[in-house]
Design a protein around this ligand. Structure first.
Ligand code: MN
Length: 128
């Protein structure tokens, strides 16, 4: 079972992505609705991977990622940034903050799962 922490303030996105992972199987999805709660959850639960929305209340996704990567307890957890920003430089800014990978919204679920599995160095035969 792969444990994913999804840090996202949009309830619809949380619902949809959680449902997709449940249907896929093999994944447990933890959620947090802001960057501060996300950092606390990451430290408490040490998930296998974090999906980080960048536009978040209280602490945004860039700062939350900086904090996670500055903390020895959480720095090894891969972070995939998710943003609706198709702006030039958004990817570079996310990678500078310490994100391991980057993807754009609306989420292409199959592509996202490929990124997750690549980051976790998984084979393609664990979906069953
Ligand atoms: Mn958001």
């Amino acid at each position: 079972m792969t444990r994913i922490l999804y840090v996202e303030d949009n309830d619809d996105n949380v619902f949809l992505l959680t449902m997709r992972f449940e249907l896929l199987g093999g994944y447990e999805v933890l959620t947090a609705a802001d960057g501060e709660a996300g950092c606390a959850m990451a430290a408490a639960e040490t998930p296998d991977l974090i999906l980080m929305d960048l536009d978040l209340p209280i602490v945004d996704g860039w700062e939350a990622t900086r904090r996670l990567k500055a903390d020895p307890a959480t720095r090894a957890i891969p972070v995939i940034a998710l943003t609706a920003h198709a702006l030039t430089g958004a990817r570079e800014k996310a990678l500078e903050a310490g994100c391991d990978d980057f993807d754009t919204k609306p989420i292409d679920f199959d592509r996202l799962v490929e990124r997750i599995e690549r980051l976790l160095a998984k084979g393609g035969n664990e979906k069953d």
